[in-house]
Design a protein around this ligand. Structure first.
Ligand code: FE
Length: 253
């Protein structure tokens, strides 16, 4: 389909909508969902809006495709998350290659990697691994205005497994973001693969409501400390304090 003068929320930018974009006629509110296609015109399911034939018009009112607006676009959201993650990784790679590379606490068998990022309540949540830390990170979603966050300010954020303390930060490439420290330094990790496994387990534990119930029952976590960690350095577990909740999810893995 040629895409002349698109109107509405994507203003002439037909190339900016993804193959998954669900479109809505702004005249009659007819919806075109590529997952369903358009049976009335023999358009098979899976046909993107931008791949409709040139003579396709609104099945409801006959309006031209230019009259359609983006109702939702999962593909677009995913690509926004991908670029936010790419900026996060690039920012911390630059820090590593700059001022951190010669700092003794860095574990040089590790590299900067974002793991398990997912769309969570309009933000992007995941784990950032770096040679000197592992953090839970919340990146700004499409509707967040986080550029004015005050670095160092603290915020409690609730998840199914409990409440966790995030610290606000801002960086040139990433903009505003929120981070909850999981591990630092990273000297107990043997490999990137191991760090990624732990990051994935943390993401799973974060959304496990039973983790909180077990904690409130006073039960011991399944594996309260990593076996290779000297006892004195194991994360301490107490009830009802945010940092111990954090120790709880990290301690289990
Ligand atoms: Fe219509």
């Amino acid at each position: 389909m040629s895409a002349p003068g698109f109107e509405g929320s994507y203003l002439g930018a037909g190339a900016k909508i993804s193959a998954q974009a669900v479109m809505e006629c702004k005249i009659c509110w007819q919806v075109y969902d590529p997952a369903h296609g358009d049976e009335s015109r023999q358009i098979s399911a899976g046909t993107p809006f931008t791949a409709l034939p040139d003579d396709w018009t609104c099945p409801g009112c006959g309006a031209a495709p230019e009259q359609f607006m983006v109702l939702r676009d999962a593909g677009q959201g995913a690509s926004q998350m991908d670029s936010a993650i790419a900026r996060l990784e690039a920012d911390f790679r630059e820090i590593y290659n700059g001022k951190m590379r010669d700092v003794p606490l860095c574990n040089h068998s590790l590299h900067v990697q974002a793991v398990g990022f997912t769309d969570w309540q309009g933000h992007y949540l995941g784990v950032l691994i770096a040679p000197w830390f592992m953090n839970l990170v919340l990146l700004a979603g499409p509707d967040d205005a986080w550029s004015a966050l005050h670095s160092g300010e603290k915020e409690m954020i609730g998840f199914p497994s409990g409440n966790y303390e995030f610290i606000h930060n801002t960086r040139d490439m990433v903009g505003g973001y929120k981070a909850c420290s999981l591990f630092s330094p990273m000297s107990d990790f043997n490999s990137q693969v191991q760090a990624v496994d732990v990051a994935r387990a943390v993401m799973a534990a974060l959304f496990d409501p039973e983790a909180l119930e077990r904690l409130e029952d006073g039960a011991e976590p399944l594996t309260p400390q990593k076996p290779d960690l000297p006892r004195g350095e194991a994360p301490k577990l107490q009830k009802a304090r945010p940092l111990e909740r954090r120790a709880f999810i990290t301690g289990r893995v």
